[in-house]
Design a protein around this ligand. Structure first.
Ligand SMILES: Cc1cc2nc3c(=O)[nH]c(=O)nc-3n(C[C@H](O)[C@H](O)[C@H](O)COP(=O)(O)O)c2cc1C
Length: 173
């Protein structure tokens, strides 16, 4: 059974990015393991701590190791990637488990291309394996709540298609 790890770059209660990940989790069940990284629990990245890892970071790195693939959804803030996501990626940057880790990116706002481009650049620099065919763009544009996604057949179909293509790549490895 494939194990996926979800990273949500928004801490907002009604986050559309989290909603998109939750919809993906529902579509993946019950044949796929779906874990959530607790990015809010992470301290700010400090390389000095890499030899005496805070518990939340150690947990994240364990989850990273156990995951066959990462599913990432994150907002754009002021044309940049969210600090929440960047902080988590910085903690993972030295982990050998990141090397060639397959990644599915979900972008909930097509106009937010700066953050997406930047996220791709960071992930590529970290030697992740972004599975382009599996990446999904949902035109939510910051409107509505997570419940909307679950009720939108078109968005469900997009997520399911991306997920199926992602799982196909994972099963070939
Ligand atoms: C401080 C702030 C800055 C933002 N900057 C941008 C931006 O530069 N480009 C953009 O497309 N959306 C921007 N947005 C909109 C968010 O990306 C959008 O509301 C998104 O849905 C938030 O993600 P979430 O629903 O998962 O919290 C910004 C929102 C906030 C709060």
């Amino acid at each position: 059974m494939a194990e996926l790890l979800a990273l949500c770059g928004s801490l907002r209660r009604y986050s559309q990015n989290r909603a998109a990940l939750q919809a993906t989790e529902s579509l993946a069940a019950p044949h796929v393991g779906f874990q959530w990284a607790r990015l809010a629990a992470l301290p700010l990245f400090n390389p000095d701590l890499e030899h005496d890892l805070p518990e939340a970071v150690a947990r994240l790195l364990e989850q990273l190791e156990a995951a066959d693939g990462l599913v990432i959804a994150s907002p754009e803030y002021a044309h940049g990637i969210s600090g929440v996501l960047k902080n988590a990626l910085d903690w993972m940057v030295s982990s050998p488990a990141f090397y060639q880790k397959p990644v599915m990116l979900i972008n909930t706002s097509p106009r937010a291309h700066h953050a997406l481009d930047s996220t791709r650049e960071i992930l590529t620099t970290m030697s992740a394996n972004i599975i382009d065919d599996a990446c999904v763009e949902l035109a939510l544009l910051g409107k509505g709540t997570g419940l909307d996604i679950a009720q939108q057949p078109e968005q469900q179909a997009q997520l399911l298609g991306g997920l199926e293509r992602f799982l196909a790549v994972l099963s070939d490895r």
